[in-house]
Design a protein around this ligand. Structure first.
Ligand SMILES: [Zn+2]
Length: 247
């Protein structure tokens, strides 16, 4: 009889979604509730890239922060930055309520994001204060500058806080934005796909519903095909993650 791969074992054993990432909460020595940070450039990036992950982990009782580098100030045509920020903040709060996660806004401006010493310090301080055990951020090779800035600020903060958390990268629109992304980990999101979609569509100003199934929807199906389930999200693990986390 052929041996089951570790991936197949994880898929069929009914373990927590965290098992996908090599984390078991079965041991009494391990804290049952994990704090997980998902960082994105704009309202809707954490949801479209990791909405399934966040929904599954929140349903399992973990503490999830959906962290936005900006409030999407440049994302609504013919609307002032302050009005757009207000509209998109509300949409992000609604999306987070649907997923059962907590929003946090880092305070940069959409379309004008920057990397400098002040921001390295600020994001480093935030990570130090928040102490997440897992971090998910944009894969850094991305056509959108704000996504690259988010990824690099989080990566720098992770380094400067001693690489204590397990760091993973996620994809947004692969091909269109995320590029050269070869997943190391997959998560079956079939059971929470509808909830993920509701959270994405809460970003009404972005008219995501009309285009979703031409990009993100196809990605969910394609990653599902790769993984052997109907719908999946995919991630890249940072190779310098602590052995405790990395498979
Ligand atoms: Zn974005």
């Amino acid at each position: 009889m052929a041996q089951l791969s570790r991936r197949q074992v994880l898929k069929t054993s009914g373990l927590s979604a965290l098992a996908t990432f090599g984390i078991t909460t079965a041991s009494s020595a391990q804290k049952t509730v994990k704090k997980i940070l998902v960082a994105g450039g704009h309202p809707d990036d954490p949801e479209t890239g990791c909405g399934g992950l966040m929904a599954l982990l929140a349903e399992e009782g973990h503490e999830i922060i959906s962290c936005y580098l900006t409030r999407g100030e440049a994302g609504i045509p013919n609307t002032s930055a302050s009005d757009a920020a207000e509209i998109r903040t509300k949409e992000a709060v609604t999306a987070c309520e649907i997923l059962g996660v907590t929003p946090y806004f880092l305070g940069q401006i959409d379309g004008s994001t920057e990397i400098d010493n002040q921001w390295y310090q600020k994001v480093g301080d935030y990570l130090q204060e928040t102490q997440p055990e897992m971090i998910f951020t944009h894969w850094p090779i991305d056509t959108h500058r704000d996504h690259r800035v988010c990824s690099m600020l989080i990566y720098d903060a992770w380094l400067r806080t001693g690489q204590k958390a397990a760091l993973y990268y996620y994809e947004v629109v692969s091909g269109g934005q995320t590029q050269n992304f070869s997943p190391t980990h997959y998560l079956d999101i079939s059971s929470v796909r509808e909830k993920k979609h509701r959270s994405c569509f809460a970003h009404v100003s972005q008219k995501i519903e009309g285009v979703y199934f031409n990009d993100h929807g196809k990605m969910e199906e394609f990653r599902g095909m790769e993984y052997g389930c109907p719908y999946a999200e995919a991630f890249v693990a940072h190779h310098q993650n602590s052995r405790e986390y990395f498979i």
